[in-house]
Design a protein around this ligand. Structure first.
Ligand code: NAP
Length: 336
């Protein structure tokens, strides 16, 4: 089978290669998937560039990609909930391949109302959104929420999710995206090229921070007293970030002794702050599928690439201006 392999850390041209390998064998508790489509996430390219080098122990060549949709090709002897031919979506390390191996904990059945390309956009963006909001106690009807970068892969899911929960949603994006982002149901789209969200938003219940760095610190300026900030990027290495990344307890403790800007901002606003790192979870995947079936979420896709255009797709993603999601079709004839 063909599989995209990372051969080292660095630029995509020199470190990505489609290779021919044997179709993987599965254990009794595993499922072999014939992959139809793969959705790309910034994490995929950041791994190739080596941004997570210190946290992972990659052996090269290493498989690439996570979000996928496809068809069950073979099931291990212990598998009861899936049969050959089931259409599924989920997360598998090394999804950019003709076949991938998964456990039932990382997949769920694809709803019939969306195609394979749309389905492959959902797992990471959807699970991240739901786990992030759950971590801060969920969304209450009428909550005023700022979702940063509403035109991105996560943002375009998160704002539809927040609207489905009855929130009043502000989001930021640039001029070229204003109209279609508005179309997703946002109450106030802020053009970050022309407007300053810090002057528009105040007294918010929640900031959903997809931008990190200074944006995380500034989030505390626009929340109300007792408000909440949930971040997908660590603005500083603090005890909570260390815990989320699974660092050893002693290191987390030593980090907790250092001065933390976020700790100070939290205190000033009596606020809740969480940094969240997505974990695959099939219960959350099922929740995403229910939202799709109830037409609360529409996957947004900017460009569909062919498998042999993977390098081009990663170059596109790295620019950081994707409208919704980028996907790679592994199977040319997708069907439904
Ligand atoms: N912690 C986790 O588990 C987790 C999970 C998923 C993602 N993430 C991280 O979260 C971030 C967002 O992910 P993503 O998939 O949504 O990325 P993405 O799809 O690449 O985001 C691109 C979008 O960001 C917008 N954008 C860029 N700069 C902006 C700014 N200053 N203000 C407002 N919007 C801006 C762009 O709009 P314009 O073109 O209009 O600029 C574009 O639509 C990434 O850094 C990713 O690594 C973390």
């Amino acid at each position: 089978m063909k599989i995209l392999m990372q051969t080292g850390y660095g630029n995509f041209k020199e470190n990505l290669q489609i290779q021919d390998v044997d179709i993987p064998k599965i254990a009794d508790n595993e499922i072999l998937i014939k992959v139809h489509s793969v959705g790309l996430n910034p994490h995929d390219y950041k791994v190739i560039l080596g941004e997570f080098m210190k946290m992972e122990n990659l052996q090269f060549p290493a498989p690439v990609g996570n979000d996928f949709s496809g068809i069950v090709e073979k099931t291990g002897r212990e598998i009861q909930s899936y049969i050959v031919g089931d259409a599924v979506l989920g997360i598998s390390e090394g999804a950019l391949a003709e076949y991938c191996v998964v456990k039932t904990s990382d997949i769920c059945k694809k709803p019939e109302s969306i195609n394979f390309t749309q389905a492959s956009c959902l797992p990471v963006a959807g699970i991240t959104t739901i786990q992030a909001f759950n971590r801060i106690g969920g969304i209450k009807k009428g909550d005023k929420i700022l979702i940063q970068a509403g035109s991105g892969g996560v943002g375009s899911f998160a704002l539809q999710y927040a609207k489905a929960k009855g929130a009043f949603v502000y989001t930021t994006t640039s001029t070229k995206n204003l109209e279609w982002v508005k179309f997703l149901g946002v109450d106030r789209v802020i053009d970050y090229k022309k407007e300053n969200y810090l002057e528009i938003c105040s007294n918010l219940d929640i900031v959903f921070d997809t931008l990190g760095n200074q944006y995380t610190f500034d989030a505390f300026k626009v929340i109300k007293k007792g408000g909440k900030v949930v971040s997908l990027l660590p603005a500083e290495l603090n005890a909570q970030v260390a815990k989320e990344f699974g660092m050893p307890k002693l290191i987390s403790f030593l980090i907790s002794l250092r001065p933390s800007k976020i700790q100070k901002l939290k205190k000033e606003k009596n606020a809740l702050y969480e940094f969240v790192f997505m974990r695959p979870n099939n219960t959350v995947l099922s929740e995403i599928v229910t939202l799709i079936k109830n037409e609360k979420i529409t996957p947004v896709i900017e460009t569909i690439y062919d498998f042999n255009q993977a390098i081009k797709a990663f170059e596109h993603l790295k620019k950081g201006h994707t409208k919704g999601k980028l996907t790679i079709n592994i199977l040319k004839d997708q069907g439904w």
